[in-house]
Design a protein. Structure first.
Length: 216
């Protein structure tokens, strides 16, 4: 059985947004059972854990002795096992993979920059100076993404691992109105988030923190 490594505790703003959510969601969509191994923040840079996740981050998984890290790589591995996340024809698979890379490589970096500015550097002068340019960069990506979607329900006509990752990336803008300003994009994100597998994954991540003492 797959063991998923996740944090035992994170600050409130991160609850429901930690990247193991992507893996939980993919596993739920694929109908693959898993168990959790919750680690403390003090364990993340211990040699034992660095042998599992070289950067001391979550998520990571272990299955039959095989270790894997990076949420995108883990979701890709799950998607390759399940038609629920990826079509079986080679062209459809390639398109799904392209959207997975697009979510993580073309859209997520600017959104992660904004999270740094708004959460980790809140109140700092450099953050206030940098913010407008980062917002503009994100807005351009969102505009093009919304343009691509047009009247489509999903990025490629059916739900796939590309939509899964894109949705988790867009959720990181929930503290802004950048997605809400774009009704088609907001509807797309919400459509993906109404999937039962998402609700189950989110509930399971939130439950995993319950009753755990603050750390760090
Ligand atoms: N590119 C990595 C990023 C993983 C990542 O940033 N994980 C965060 C939680 S969402 C983490 O472990 N943060 C703690 C740290 O960086 O020390 C992935 O997608 O798996």
């Amino acid at each position: 059985m797959i063991t998923l490594y996740a944090f035992r505790w994170v600050p409130d703003f991160a609850k429901g947004y930690v990247r193991d959510l992507r893996v939980r969601w993919a596993l739920e969509e694929a109908g693959i059972p898993y168990r959790e191994r919750l680690i403390g923040l003090d364990e993340k840079t211990a040699p034992d854990y660095l042998a599992i996740q070289p950067f001391g981050q979550v998520p990571a998984i272990e299955e039959d002795g095989a270790l894997l890290f990076e949420s995108g790589a883990i979701v890709l591995g799950i998607a390759r096992r399940s038609e629920a996340l990826m079509p079986i024809d080679p062209a459809g698979r390639a398109r799904t993979e392209a959207w997975m890379f697009a979510a993580l490589n073309s859209v997520e970096p600017a959104i992660a920059n904004l999270a740094d500015i708004d959460i980790f550097a809140e109140g700092e002068a450099w953050a206030a100076a940098r913010r407008p340019a980062v917002v503009e960069m994100i807005d351009e990506k969102l505009s093009l993404l919304e343009g691509w979607l047009g009247d489509r329900d999903h990025l490629e006509g059916r739900f796939s691992a590309g939509d899964l990752l894109m949705t988790t990336v867009l959720r990181d803008l929930e503290h802004t109105d950048l997605v809400e300003r774009r009704p088609r994009l907001a509807a797309y994100r919400d459509r993906c988030m109404t999937r039962p597998a998402f609700a189950k994954a989110l509930a399971d991540q939130l439950r995993s923190f319950e009753g755990n003492e603050p750390e760090g």
